[in-house]
Ligand binder design. Structure first.
Ligand code: GDP
Ligand code: ZN
Length: 453
């Protein structure tokens, strides 16, 4: 292994900038770049301590510096790691990095520190992915979930399932290969029970994917309704500033106005659409088509009705469009005398919130309803969460194989076939954690990282 170096802090101006070195020569390289006070050396430092000195290169002094030493194997990468901190300026930090390279380090590739940590067994693939998720987390729950994954929540669940399955497969294989030996007889009922438990566990794990994704990425939500029910007013209320055009003239919003807002812990990618109504005007027609398209794509539809008005044919059109969508009916303008036929609304919508977009009354009820609808209230960020498509595919593969194994066993198919399915499930789980991942999989994981991570 060579010794790698990269700028570990964002390139820009800040209080401090850090160049990180990892590899067997890390301390030696640092000693060529930094002269520590009192004639000490980095190589002679105690692990997990800092020392003060002056960093320099062939052109002279760069800056004062603080050096921190982590001894192998108790470091992030599992190798000897040295962090050299100087004042955070682009010029200083880049010059310090060049000095480290001149002193024998190689510029690190994207994700190379974390890759070394993986190769040295400091973390598994799900934990490595969590490092990237932690760095990019934008909300409290997203960060909390990433930290749990970094701590190994998903890793432990996957390994536990793989261990149990490996046990079953080994027993079956031994029974098949050495029937005359003294091997405990395979009890199909007991094995079947174990496989079904594992199936349930993996299915539960898979179920965390959608919620986890919503926590990380937010929900795409379309505000739809006939003209003048208060869509744009609602958009402005949720966005907290005037974005959409609110007028008394029906059909003002022709294009889709989008905004990303935060409702408590929920991120909504909202779009305010043109009023849905029958029209002969080609321009307005195009706006209506856009609205219907947006409605079909959205994960959540907020169908707005005017509570102070009777339902009309355009409202019925809206109701028809919402038939297949995950939908909340918003009965708006509850500050006015109510005239809407709630019976029809109740018949067509499982989720209804009454509110006033103008006075903001009911906005909390809307937030609660969304949390309930997407099971966000039950989301436990400290539990194992399937966090990306790679992990989802691996868990889904394992689940399918375990299910097939259990079905085959119940159908009386040969133990050979059952064993093959179980082994495939184990493979999928070990691909998930990286214990048996191919180079392609490992490359894919680390391609998400940038230099210095
Ligand atoms: P859109 O065509 O569905 O986007 O409707 P707008 O948001 O442009 O609103 C149409 C009219 O209804 C405007 O005059 C709004 O001020 C009014 N409006 C919207 N929400 C409410 C509400 O909750 N209460 C009352 N009294 N008026 C509202
Ligand atoms: Zn509007």
């Amino acid at each position: 292994m060579d010794t790698i170096a990269a700028v570990a802090t964002p390139l820009g101006t800040g209080g401090i900038g850090v160049v990180r070195l990892s590899g067997p020569e890390a301390a030696a390289v640092a000693d060529r770049v930094v002269r520590l006070a009192g004639g000490k050396t980095v190589a002679g430092m105690k692990g997990y301590t800092c020392a003060y000195g002056r960093a320099g290169d062939a052109d002279g002094e760069i800056d004062e510096a603080v050096v921190t030493l982590f001894r192998a194997p108790r470091s992030f990468t599992g190798e000897e790691v040295v962090e050299i901190a100087v004042h955070g300026g682009v010029y200083l930090v880049n010059r310090l990095l060049r000095a480290c390279v001149a002193a024998g380090a190689r510029p690190a590739l994207a994700g190379e520190f974390t890759r070394r940590a993986f190769l040295n067994g400091k973390l598994d693939l799900t934990q490595a992915e969590a490092v990237a998720d932690l760095i990019s987390a934008e909300g409290r729950q997203a960060a909390r979930a990433a930290l749990s994954a970094r701590d190994g929540a998903l890793y432990r669940r996957a390994e536990a399932a793989a261990d149990a399955l490996t046990g079953y497969a080994a027993h079956l294989a031994a029974w098949i290969d050495y029937p005359e030996e003294e091997i405990a007889e395979v009890d199909p009922a007991k094995l079947g029970g174990g496989l079904r438990r594992c199936e349930g566990d993996l299915a539960g794990l898979l179920g965390t994917y959608d919620t986890g994704r919503i926590i990380r990425e937010g929900i795409s939500a379309a505000i739809v309704g006939r003209p003048n029910v208060g869509k744009s007013t609602l958009m402005n209320l949720l966005a907290g500033h005037a974005r959409s055009i609110v007028t008394d003239i029906a059909g003002t919003t022709r294009d889709i106005v989008s905004d990303t807002i935060r409702l408590g812990e929920i991120v909504l990618h909202l779009s305010d659409t043109a009023g849905i109504r029958g029209t002969d005007d080609p321009v307005e027609r195009a706006g209506v088509d856009l609205a219907v398209g947006e409605l079909a794509r959205a994960q959540l539809v907020l169908a707005v009705f005017d509570g102070s008005d009777a339902l009309d044919e355009n409202d019925l059109r809206v109701i028809r469009c919402c038939k297949d969508a995950v939908c909340i009916a918003l009965v708006n303008k509850n500050d006015l005398p109510q005239r809407l036929d709630m019976e029809v609304i109740r018949e067509n919508f499982a989720h209804i919130v009454t509110l006033s977009a103008k006075s903001a009354e009911g906005a909390d009820a809307l937030k609660k309803k969304i949390e309930e609808l997407f099971l966000l209230e039950r989301f436990d960020p400290s539990a194992a969460v399937v966090a990306n498509e790679r992990q989802r595919a691996a868990v889904a593969d394992a689940l399918a194989e375990v299910r097939e194994a259990a079905d085959a066993l119940e159908a009386g198919v040969s133990y050979d076939a059952v064993c093959v399915c179980i082994e495939r499930a184990v493979d999928a789980l070990l691909t998930l954690t990286g214990r048996r991942a191919t180079q392609e999989v490992v490359d894919q994981v680390f391609s998400r990282f940038c230099v210095g991570k």
